[in-house]
Structures are given as C-alpha cells and as structure tokens.
Design a protein around this ligand. Structure first.
Ligand code: XMP
Length: 521
C-alpha cells in the first residue's frame, strides 16, 4: 500500500507543536488552528532528525513545547530544546516545556514544596506581550510536581503562583515559558495568551481551509493523473468531502463506492445514499453485510472488532476497485484520525480508526488522503464552501466507521443489532423532535453485555441494559455530556422499555471525554 497524503501544494507557514507526551498536546495544535493559524503536531520521541525533516512540509514560524508526564530530570529532551532555541523563531514552553526551557537556559528546576493540580490563582508581575489582557490575577489550570524555582539568567519573571515562583518567564525577545495550561478551557484567558504569542510570529489569521479547495483539487489531479480512483464513501462529512474534491479533480474517473457492512443505524444507508446523490457523488452500493457478520462471529474485543471490520472492508473495497479498473483509493482520513490512531510515531493507539489503521498492508491500491491535515470543523468549513447541503456539514451526527459494532458490547449478532437499532431510533426521534439535535455532537444508544432484573407485565424479567450517550463537542477530541432535560430522558426510557420487550434497564452515561471516549468501545 502506498500513501499519497496530498500535501497542501506549497510550503505552508505554521506553528510546530512538539509533543512531550502531555495529555493535552493535541489540544494546543487545535487551539492554534482555532486562531486561524496552521499548526502541526510532532512527537518529541521521533527525534531531531524527524522533526527537522518536517521542514520540507512546514515553514516553521513558531514552536510550542507541550507538557509531558515526566520530570525534566528523568525524561531529558535537552537536545530538542537546544535545537528549538536555535531556530530563531518565537518559542512557547508549556508546563514540562516551560521547565525544559528554563533548565537548558540555566534556571533552577526541581521538585516544588507542593505540587499544583487543578485551578490555581496566578499573579501577573509583568504582563509583557503574552499576558496582555489577563488582569492582575487569573485562574489557570496547573498539573505539576516540579517547578521553576529560579528564572534563567537574563530572563524576566512575568508571573507567579503559590507553588511556582516562576510561573511564567521571558528570555530574550521571543522565548516564553508558562507553567499552566493555556490550551485547557478551564484556564482563563488561555486563547488570549496564544493570540498574544502568535502576534510575534507574524502569521496569525492566515489559515483558511476553504481557500485551499483549488489547491487540493489540483494536487489530486497531479497525483492520480488519468488513472481511475474509487472513493470509499459512508455519507459522513469526511468521506463525502474527500469524494467531492476528488470528483472535481477526476470527473468520471472517480467512482464513489458505498460498502454496506450491515452495521448501520436504522435508515442510515438510505439517508447516506440520498445525501451522496445530492452532493454529486452517487455511489455504487455493495451489500457485504453477510461477509462482515460472519467475520465478526465470536469476536468480542473492541480493537479486534475494528481490525476485523477494517480488514473485510479493505478486502471488499480492493476487490471492487480492481474490478472497476481503479489504481487509487480516495479516503476521508482527517488529522484527529491520524493522531488518535497513533499513525504519528510516538502516540498511543487510543483506537484503531479503520480508515487509518485497518487497511491491509499489502493493499493493491494507492491511497489518496486529501483531508489528512484537517480537523473536523475545518472539513465542515470546506463542505460549506463547496456548497454541499447543510445536513452534511451541520446537522449530521458522525457515525463511526465500524457502525453499531462498537456500540454493542461483546460479540455482534443480528439479534443484538436489531435491538440496538430500535433503541437508537427512539433516542434519535426524541432528540430530534425536541429540536435539540443541532446543539449536540452525537446522541445514540449502546447495547451492553450486562443483564438486569426488571418487572414486565407483572412478571419478573431479566433483560438487556441499554446505555444512552448524548454529548456536546467541537471536534470529538474532547466532549461534554449534554444536560438533557429530564423529561426527555424519561420519555426515552419509557419508550425503550415499553417498545422493546427484552430491555429492562436504560442508563444515562454521564462521563465526559476524557476520561471516557465518545463511543462505548
Ligand atoms: P471516540 O470514541 O474516540 O470518538 O471518542 C471520536 C469520534 O470518532 C468517531 N469514532 C470513529 N470513527 N472509526 C471511525 O471512522 C472508528 O473506529 C471510530 N471510533 C470512534 C466517534 O463516533 C466520534 O465522533
């Protein structure tokens, strides 16, 4: 399998975020994009050579060093810090990054008398550039045991807190460190800090994905030429936008293919096909549901399920593509898929997203991923600019590639699929008829492997347990549980237990992401 990631034509000016393993590193890259500035995340574990090679793709105008779980004395990345300081661009160190900068610049970093965890008051000593608009005192999110106890020589202390005598410092004109996490929403003025720092880079506000459409289309043309390509479409925003862009580039040489794996929510196949037709990418439909179900027989482990589905999906797609004489496969992989699948070296595999991790290694097609560098809301922005229907980029809730298989705990069977489809349909109907859907990211049902006792028709029953998951999110990287009015939840419970004989309990999942993921599995 050979991948064509469709770089964005020319060198893009942007911010490099070096990830030292911090839980929130990806959020930093995300926040910079929110400020309409291009950013890429790279793992410190990749080493300096790999980081240097990125210069082929990004004209680095600023570097942010993320937080990380270790102490600068245990996990030493001094070489990287020195490399960073040699680039001559504005630098911002956050938490571990702040301590690392302080250490290599000659400051004193060691275990603080008391660590700071959670909301912490920070006192501004000198607002300089980055703390403009922060007031005298503000609340910041901290999470550290070590602290910078003395600032590096010739630097200035900009802020302090009770556990951090040097909570922020400035060295030279454009090197800054902050002990707190501006990328976390709980930090007051976090975005303001990034905004202030970005001003030093001179590139703030220039990243507009919707202006890149012609460039992306030309790149697809250059890569695929006069060959044929299939686009794997699901009716979701990512794969549809990728197919529409490829269609613009390749015309009739682009063949959209919809593989029905039989794991879709009720009505989803029809909805998807109608929508795809409206978007000008009417697909060939391949019913492979029996093949998927038989491959899933006896498979209980979530990651195994994803892999099985990915494998069958890749196989069916490859067979169809070769039958159609295609040489290329267009996929709607987006940046969070790349990050979360661990395709970026050094990242933990949180989940195998089948559009990144599951395709066979010996796939006989060359893979084209035009959206690989974009976040979901950026893809939506492109969809809007392409004039695609609003239901695609605004109202449609994402359905994971493996469909209901990751919402059925344990083995997937036809019977379980039927129960879950009915419960899920009720959740959707109630949320949509209450007009809440456009405020929500996802709302769906899960069929657990648990059983619980109930009373049905005056008889004791021992039935299935359904979980309802309703979340708000901007990009699925983090999510909050929606505070749905109680009456609606009650109605959902009444309907599910009333209309589904085999269900005796309905639970509402109130766990945000993190620590939970949005999907059950
Ligand atoms: P999680 O569950 O990781 O989900 O918080 C984040 C977003 O991704 C979707 N999702 C998937 N999409 N293949 C996909 O194409 C998958 O295996 C997969 N797992 C989760 C999920 O619906 C949410 O929007």
């Amino acid at each position: 399998m050979k991948g064509y990631h469709i770089w964005l034509g020319k060198l893009r000016e942007g911010i490099l975020v070096i990830d030292f393993g911090g839980q929130y590193a990806h959020l930093i890259a995300r926040r910079i994009r929110e400020l309409r500035t291009f950013s890429l995340l790279v793992s410190a574990d990749d080493g300096i050579n790999a980081i240097n090679r990125l210069k082929e793709n990004i004209n680095i105008r600023g570097i942010i060093l993320s937080g990380g779980p270790g102490s600068v004395w245990e996990v030493s990345h001094d070489e990287i810090a020195k490399w960073v300081l040699h680039q001559g661009v504005p630098v911002l160190g956050i938490c571990y990054g702040h301590q690392l900068l302080a250490k290599v610049l000659g400051g004193k970093v060691s275990r603080a008398p008391k660590g700071e965890f959670g909301p912490t008051m920070v006192e501004v000593i000198d607002e300089d550039i980055i703390l403009r608009g922060h007031g005298k005192r503000f609340k910041a999110w901290m999470s550290h045991n070590d602290a910078v106890l003395e600032e590096p020589p010739s630097s200035r202390v900009l802020a302090k807190s009770s556990g951090s005598p040097v909570a922020a410092f400035k060295y030279g004109d454009k090197i800054f460190g902050v002990q707190w996490h501006p990328e976390v929403h709980h930090t007051e003025h976090g975005m303001k800090l990034f905004e202030n720092w970005l001003e030093l880079t001179g590139i703030k506000g220039q990243w507009h994905p919707s202006n890149l459409i012609d460039e992306i289309v030309n790149n697809i043309k250059n890569v695929v030429g006069s060959s044929k390509a299939v686009a794997a479409v699901s009716g979701g925003v990512d794969s549809t936008v990728a197919a529409v862009l490829a269609k613009k580039a390749l015309g009739s040489n682009l063949i959209p293919v919809f593989i029905d794996h039989g794991l879709h929510p009720e009505g989803e196949v029809k909805r998807a096909v109608v929508l795809l037709e409206k978007c000008g990418v009417k697909p060939i439909i391949i019913d492979a549901s029996e093949r998927f179900l038989s491959a899933l027989r006896g498979v209980k482990d979530p990651e195994e399920k994803r892999k099985v589905i990915g494998k069958v999906y890749g196989k069916v797609l490859e067979e169809e593509a070769l039958r159609l004489g295609a040489e290329f496969l267009v996929q709607g992989t987006i940046y969070p898929d790349v990050i979360e699948s661990g395709a970026r070296p050094g990242a933990d595999v949180i989940k195998t997203h089948h559009n990144v991790g599951g395709l066979p290694k010996d796939l006989k097609l060359k893979v084209v991923e035009p959206l690989r560098w974009f976040y979901k809301d950026e893809v939506r922005e492109i969809a809007k600019a392409l004039g695609l229907p609003k239901e695609l980029w605004k109202l449609k809730q994402p359905v994971p590639g493996p469909g209901l298989a990751v919402r059925i705990e344990g083995e997937v069977t036809k019977e379980k699929l039927e129960i879950l489809r009915k419960a899920d349909k009720i959740v959707r109907e109630e949320i949509e008829s209450a007009g809440l859907h456009d405020k929500l990211w996802q709302y769906f049902a899960i069929l657990t492997a648990s059983r619980a006792t109930g009373v049905k028709g005056d008889r004791r029953a021992y039935g299935h347990v359904i979980v309802i998951r309703i979340v708000e999110s901007k990009d699925a990287m983090t999510a909050n549980v929606a505070k749905i009015p109680w009456e609606i939840l009650e109605r959902i419970v009444t309907r599910i237990t009333g209309e589904l004989d085999s269900v005796t309990r309905v639970l509402y999942d109130i766990t945000p992401k993190p620590p939970a993921t949005i999907e059950w599995e």
